[in-house]
Write a protein that binds this ligand. Structure first.
Ligand code: NAP
Length: 313
């Protein structure tokens, strides 16, 4: 497993990270505890050293699981996200110092670590970030040694840019072959401030595997049921024709092409995988390739032209 620096933090992380939203059962539907443990153990065996979660995933259960299974050995790094207040009937976002202070204490207890490697604000609004309270608090936590590095999981370019301007050492953003605009708009800021980048949703929630037909339906409890209208999904599935020609040689599947597209970007510190089984994890790690070039320059140039042709770019 190849490693990359996490921006200017001084931390080094595996270029494939294990994201645990899907694994937690939130978002895509239930996963058994036995399978969750199998995936975590398999990730460790495959050399993954970056584990990404949030205090809200499984109402804290995923942090507890990571705390129990991932060794606190200075090699493995756990990234968690705070900012969801579940003390109400309907969970709400909260980035006040009082909420974050209490949340971090609970996270440290669940992760069974006195020091948390990385804390990100979990999708704050631009207004919440502009108050400055949450980023100043994170900088204090780093200064006092309670967290090693901090950043923001950002839902838009404006939010990521604001976070970087306020000192974020890491941003987590959606980045995949169909979602490129925000990332390219940010590349100057990322390079200038040597910001670590955690790329999530690298398969566009499974779309880029190329396994879905135009009439694909999702069960209740799967966030994808509400993500696209049937017309949008039909169009997205049609646009996959731009990705198909990536398959060939050691790029064995469209899934491999999509993952390699993210890894081919040198600004990415780690591509966060979202497997819901150890089989899916094995496929992704096997197909990612052993090192650059993940895709040739010619393949990337031709892909950009095809994406434009089908209306993605
Ligand atoms: N705000 C944030 O910071 C943020 C936001 C989103 C995600 N994340 C993190 O990033 C991780 C991944 O992102 P994501 O869930 O948004 O999207 P993703 O990785 O693009 O898609 C995950 C889905 O891809 C499918 N998949 C995974 N491996 C596969 C394989 N080998 N073969 C076929 N299908 C496969 C699975 O779908 P099926 O269920 O259909 O099998 C899975 O649910 C999450 O777990 C989370 O930890 C962070």
């Amino acid at each position: 497993m190849r490693k990359r620096p996490l921006g200017r933090t001084g931390l080094t992380v595996s270029e494939l990270g294990l994201g645990t939203w899907g694994l937690s059962g939130d978002g895509y539907g239930p996963v058994t505890e036995a399978e969750q443990d199998r995936v975590l153990d398999r990730a460790l065996a495959l050399g993954i050293t970056l584990f990404e979660t949030a205090d809200s995933y499984g109402h804290g259960a995923m942090e507890r699981r990571l705390g129990a299974r991932v060794p606190d050995d200075g090699r493995c790094r756990i990234v968690t996200k705070l900012g969801t207040d579940r003390d109400h009937a309907v969970p709400r976002k909260s980035f006040t110092v009082s909420h974050l202070t209490e949340a971090l204490d609970k996270t440290r207890e669940r992760l069974a670590r006195p020091t948390v490697d990385v804390v990100l604000l979990h999708n704050p609004s631009l207004v919440a970030l502009q108050r400055g309270e949450a980023t100043a608090w994170l900088a204090e936590q780093k200064q006092s040694g309670v967290v090693r590095a901090w950043g923001v999981s950002a839902g838009s370019t404006a939010i990521a840019r604001e976070a970087i301007a306020r000192g974020a050492e890491i941003v987590s953003v959606a980045f995949n072959a169909f979602t490129t605009a925000a990332f390219s708009e940010l590349s100057e800021d990322i390079t200038r401030d040597d910001v670590g980048v955690l790329a999530h949703s690298v398969l566009a929630y499974g779309l880029l595997t190329g396994h879905w037909g135009a009439g694909k339906r999702f069960p209740d409890g799967d966030h994808r049921a509400d993500r696209w209208t049937s017309d949008e999904l039909r169009q997205r599935v049609r646009q996959l024709s731009a990705l198909r020609p990536l398959v060939g040689g050691d790029v064995m599947t469209m899934r491999a092409g999509a993952l390699r597209y993210v890894l081919a970007n040198g600004l990415v510190s780690s591509a966060l995988l979202g497997p819901r089984s150890s089989l899916q994890l094995d496929q992704l790690v096997r197909e990612a390739g052993k090192g650059p070039p993940y895709l040739t320059d010619d393949a990337l140039t031709a892909l950009a032209a095809r994406l434009e042709e089908v209306g993605v770019l």
